[in-house]
Design a protein around this ligand. Structure first.
Ligand code: SF4
Length: 307
């Protein structure tokens, strides 16, 4: 049992949260206190902007990342001092990882006793935007939460740039849960530029991971974002056709692209003979005023599926 790596008191509280009626829930002080501390938004939230294109609900339990990607969005803007560290920390509001588990499941149930919030069952939860979810520091907690939540019917999307976790015992346990293949879709980011991503697995290792996951029966997606070199991004997509269920393609924020290059890139995507399923992010569609995604072919989808 993956959750056994956390202390038994936390596990007890989690099970209680799953089983309680609303009245009992409100009377159970430790849970009530955790919910108050969480303010209902700390573990599961609704992303905005470009992040929302990935999923309407997400969970960020950690901040900081050893990936050290040169283009990392967490290292920019006013929150860079908080989010942009090269080391991982649990978000301060949780205190301990056991607390994070409790708060996550309290928010999952949303005061409905043992019933998961419908919007989370139907939309799933994306993990995550403020670190890599599969680092040695982050994967155990994420796997623990996913292992329990998929049994309750909640779908998850994981987006990572590392691959070592696929050799871990935790993954071996997680992948054997009967609901895993139906409820879990796993993606990697592919830019083709290892030189800009010194702290993560190589792009080739990530491609191999997608192939492995597909062969294991998991749903897969590739985040082709940011497009740094359009020719490189095109060749990566072509290399992954056949074992990737969805390509999410987006440009780098705050960078000006030559419109002709973007048009040529999208035309080349449309010409891929196998017609892979592609979602062009708003950052690309901004170059095509008056067009819809379907203008490029029926394999260009307009909304991102739960998978
Ligand atoms: S893996 Fe993601 S979160 Fe980590 S440094 Fe790279 S872009 Fe940032």
């Amino acid at each position: 049992m993956i959750l056994a790596i956390y202390n038994t008191a936390d596990y007890f509280i989690l099970k209680k949260a799953a089983q309680m009626s609303v009245a009992a829930h409100m009377a159970f002080n430790p849970l009530q206190n955790k919910l108050k501390e969480s303010k209902g938004t700390n573990a599961i939230y609704q992303p905005a902007g470009a992040a929302r294109e990935y999923a309407p609900y997400a969970s960020n339990l950690y901040i900081g990342c050893s990936g050290m990607c040169k283009y990392c969005y967490n290292k920019r803007g006013p929150r860079a001092g908080t989010l942009g560290n090269n080391y991982v920390t649990l978000k301060k509001c949780f205190g301990t990882e056991g607390d994070a588990i409790v708060v996550f499941f309290l928010e999952l149930f949303g005061g409905n006793g043992g019933t998961v919030r419908y919007e989370l069952l139907s939309n799933g939860i994306f993990i995550c935007f403020t670190t890599d979810p599969c680092l040695p520091e982050t994967f155990p907690l994420h796997a623990a939460i996913i292992a329990e939540a998929i049994k309750l019917g909640v779908p998850f999307k994981i987006l990572t740039k590392v691959t070592d976790w696929l050799g871990s015992e935790i993954w071996q346990d997680l992948k054997c849960i009967p609901e895993a293949k139906e409820k879990l879709s796993i993606g990697v980011t592919l830019t083709g530029r290892d030189d800009l991503e010194p702290g993560v697995s190589s792009n080739q290792d990530r491609v191999n991971a997608l192939s492995y996951l597909h062969n294991e029966g998991f749903k897969t997606f590739a985040s082709i974002e940011p497009v740094i070199d359009s020719a490189l991004s095109l060749s990566i997509i072509q290399a992954c056709v056949g074992f990737v269920d969805l390509f999410m393609v987006g440009l780098e924020s705050n960078r000006h692209y030559d419109k002709g290059e973007v048009v040529q890139f999208v035309n080349a995507l449309a010409a891929i003979p196998e017609k892979p399923t592609i979602y062009l992010k708003d950052s690309i569609m901004g170059y095509f005023v008056g067009y819809t995604r379907a203008s490029f072919g029926p394999n260009f989808i307009n909304t991102v599926p739960v998978l």
